[in-house]
Write a protein that binds this ligand. Structure first.
Ligand code: ASP
Length: 336
């Protein structure tokens, strides 16, 4: 039996067209896709239907409410399709893929997120290849995960980051092996895939102000950080530190500010600014300060996954479970 896939177009370069102000998303992408795939060999593809969001966005305008909207669409159509391909802008693709992985934790079919660096409307593009490969993976393989498929790489969604702004191999997952490679053949590393699980979706609404990111940098002052952290609606902070998870702990005013935030019940998770490797909070005395304060070490979570996980847990779990859940891998997002 031929598999049936739902393609959801949310915006992003893949379906954009040139305007006087640069590329913008344009409605009616399905027509372009069908036209491109009207060749005989396209019969090798699974059957697909397409759904386009009413408001297409450049994904740099992504808001947490879009995650709820996208997950609800996937949930509503879950039983009718064998897999899903989400066409999304690359700028925040790793945030959305991470969040979907938390909201759709019970999965028995693929959700493949893809997009492109060059629109399908351009003669030379990476859009067609990314789309075709994603459709083939979604329709022909048992992949019970939210993945990013880009430039011949199949990556776990919550391990991926956009690392390159102009190359076609824009995405990688530096802390987790590729789930698959697509060259002449499609090679899947099935041993790296999550196990298929019975349906369990948890799709909350988000308070966009609940989570903030505080990057450390030379000169960061408590004065500047205070405005960000002392906002009433902030419930979680991703602390983006140096190297093995080191903050400027000689800034005692800043450390006291963080400590007070933890005491007020705010969850702080520590992730590294390094692209590869993990936080080892306490390897240095600077990092050990964070242990004393009660900051949770974020292991090898990407910034995107840490941000999404914190939002997800704040929206779905009681405060007293945050520390335990933040420290354990929910769907392959971190090394425990
Ligand atoms: N700015 C675009 C977006 O994220 C970039 C892309 O899709 O490649 O929507």
């Amino acid at each position: 039996m031929k598999q049936k896939i739902l393609i959801i177009y949310a915006g992003g370069t893949i379906g954009m067209q040139a305007s006087e102000n640069g590329y913008v998303p344009v409605a009616g992408f399905e027509q372009q896709v069908r036209q491109q795939l009207s060749t005989d060999s396209a019969r090798q593809l699974p059957v697909f239907e397409m759904l386009e969001l009413d408001q297409l966005i450049d994904s740099s305008n992504l808001q947490p409410r879009h995650w709820t909207e996208l997950a609800r669409i996937i949930e509503a159509y879950w039983q009718q399709y064998d897999g899903f391909v989400l066409l999304h802008g690359t700028d925040t693709m790793a945030y959305t893929a991470s969040m979907l992985s938390f909201m759709l934790q019970g999965m028995d079919k693929p959700v493949i997120v893809t997009g492109s660096q060059i629109p399908l409307a351009e003669l030379r593009n990476d859009a067609l290849d990314n789309l075709i490969t994603s459709l083939m993976l979604a329709g022909g393989y048992d992949i019970p995960e939210v993945c990013i498929c880009f430039n011949g790489r199949l990556l776990r969604g919550n391990r991926a980051s956009k690392l390159k702004s102009t190359s076609l191999d824009a995405f990688d997952s530096p802390n987790y092996g590729h789930l698959g490679q697509v060259g002449i053949n499609i090679e899947l590393h099935t041993e790296r895939l999550l196990e298929s699980k019975p349906l369990l979706f948890n799709i909350p609404e988000f308070n966009p102000d609940a989570v903030v990111v505080l990057p450390v940098y030379p000169g960061l002052s408590a004065r500047v950080a205070r405005d960000l952290l002392n906002h009433n609606s902030v419930k979680g902070i991703v602390l983006h530190t140096y190297g093995a998870g080191n903050p400027p702990d000689a800034n005692t005013e800043l450390m006291v500010l963080l400590e007070q935030a933890v005491q007020r019940g705010i969850t702080i998770v520590n992730v590294t600014q390094c692209v590869q490797g993990q936080v080892s909070q306490g390897a240095y005395a600077t990092g050990a300060t964070l242990n004393r304060i009660g900051v949770i070490p974020g292991s090898d979570l990407t910034l995107e996954a840490a941000f999404a996980k914190l939002h997800y847990l704040i929206a779905t779990e009681p405060q007293d479970k945050m520390s335990q859940l933040m420290s354990q891998s929910l769907c392959g997002e971190m090394t425990e």
